[in-house]
Design a protein around this ligand. Structure first.
Ligand SMILES: O=C[C@H](O)COP(=O)(O)O
Length: 258
């Protein structure tokens, strides 16, 4: 999908149509949650264990269950796995089944871009060739002791990584849009576009942010969510009602992807 930037202010009568829909990624931690998620038009089922950290890996049993549950679907969402931060990723990357489309690793404690690139190389070399590696940046990069998001997005492209995701490291309710202002998120979006990267916006993103994104003319290629589709915080269960709310909000706020 191409990034479409529009000057459309949807509240304005001259607005021709809402922007093209970003893909929708939902992070899931159990088979029950997978069953709920599969009732919605999700593009990417992202498996992780939110009780163990922002990008902690789900157990391998869930990886295999997700493959079995989606194998025969006519329009199967693609599978993504969080592999944890660097040490956990290095340990488990080679176990990820080739049926997965994406794998991502948290950059915390990498301190320098050189070190993070080195870890990316090592993790990528462990993945099945068909799995696309997603470079993750943290909006609260100082707390995560890693390079800033634009530096990570640029380095990813230089390293031949075409997919980037921005998330938050500390899950205290502060979103990526609290950590980064309009200019900073615009710079990220423009960086991604200039280097033809696909980019996903995550990090305590909620339906409440859709009007802000519209006002800022930001349309990521994908929006990722966990906490805002749960009963309470992101460690609680996936909420069927909140999933319905997100489905409706995505359909209302964006026109179908081209
Ligand atoms: O990859 C996306 C994340 O799981 C988003 O989680 P969050 O919405 O709880 O920050």
């Amino acid at each position: 999908m191409t990034i479409e930037q529009t000057s459309c202010d949807r509240g304005h009568h001259n607005c021709p149509s809402p922007p093209s829909a970003p893909q929708w990624l939902v992070s899931l931690r159990s088979q029950d949650e997978l069953r709920i998620a599969l009732q919605h038009p999700i593009d990417i089922l992202d498996l992780k264990e939110p009780r163990k950290g922002p990008l902690a890996a789900a157990p391998a049993e869930l990886w295999h269950a997700a493959i079995a549950m989606t194998a025969d679907l006519p329009q199967s969402p693609r599978l993504s796995a969080a592999l944890g931060e660097s040490q956990e990723s290095l340990r488990i990357a080679s176990d990820l089944p080739a049926e997965f489309a994406f794998a991502k690793m948290g950059p915390s404690d990498s301190v320098s871009m050189d070190r993070l690139c080195h870890t990316w190389d090592r993790v990528r070399s462990e993945l099945a060739p068909s799995i696309q590696f997603v470079a993750v940046a943290y909006a609260d990069h100082t707390a995560a002791s890693c390079p800033d998001p634009v530096t990570i997005f640029r380095a990813a492209s230089r390293a031949g990584i075409q997919r980037c995701l921005i998330d938050t490291f500390v899950k205290d309710g502060k979103s990526t849009l609290d950590h980064l202002n309009r200019d900073q998120i615009t710079e990220l979006a423009e960086t991604a576009r200039a280097q033809s990267s696909w980019w996903a916006l995550a990090g305590s993103v909620g339906v409440r942010h859709f009007p802000v994104l519209s006002q800022w003319n930001i349309v990521p290629d994908c929006i990722g969510v966990r906490g805002d589709v749960c009963d309470q915080d992101r460690t609680s269960e996936l909420s069927p009602q909140r999933m319905r709310d997100w489905s409706a909000a995505m359909a209302r706020s964006f026109r179908p992807a081209d």
